[in-house]
Design a protein around this ligand. Structure first.
Ligand code: RP5
Length: 165
């Protein structure tokens, strides 16, 4: 039996109701064969476990944390407060306020405690940003990112061709 590779990226969210949005981060990582884990770690409903996750993440071998939450979205910022790892925040849109509450809760971090915030609902970009962070010290992964970017360009150019013709 082959062992699962150790996760390099941790995807966490405040609730399982965030998963339909956050799943796109996991899919992006899977496209690049980046081993990852996913879990619910609520800042407000399980604060001790949330702090333990952040404090132990680097020691467990994770290199990046992707954290998504909605509403009073304190999870990414609180994790960034207790880990030296890069934290990517995903504002999850809820029923009211169009996700502006989530966005502002995540993006307005105090100096010294950065969270790299993606667009509201932008979990795919969070996954791709995590790949880029890992690729900075992994030439093979960086080549795959270059190939991916070349594909994006070809797709955009094909769209232009369809519009012109
Ligand atoms: C936040 O509350 C979660 O991140 C989620 O976006 C939101 C609602 O959670 P549930 O009430 O659906 O569990 O902390």
């Amino acid at each position: 039996m082959s062992e699962r590779p150790a996760p390099r990226v941790g995807i966490v969210m405040g609730s399982d109701s965030d998963w339909p949005v956050m799943e796109a981060a996991a899919k992006a990582l899977a496209e690049f064969d980046v081993a990852h884990e996913a879990d619910v770690v609520s800042a407000h409903r399980m604060p001790a476990e949330m702090l333990a996750y952040g404090e132990q993440a680097a020691g467990r071998g994770l290199s990046v944390i992707i954290a998504g939450a909605g509403g009073a979205a304190h999870l990414p910022g609180m994790l960034a407060a207790v880990t030296p790892l890069p934290v990517i925040g995903v504002p999850v849109p809820l029923k009211y306020l169009d996700g502006m509450d989530s966005l502002l809760s995540i993006v307005q971090m105090p100096a010294g405690v950065p969270v790299a915030t993606v667009a509201v609902g932008g979990a795919r970009n969070a996954g791709l940003l995590a790949v880029r962070i890992l690729a900075a010290t992994d030439p093979a992964l960086q080549q795959r990112m270059l190939d991916f970017q070349a594909e994006l360009k070809a797709t955009a150019q094909a769209k232009g061709e369809r519009v012109r013709n």
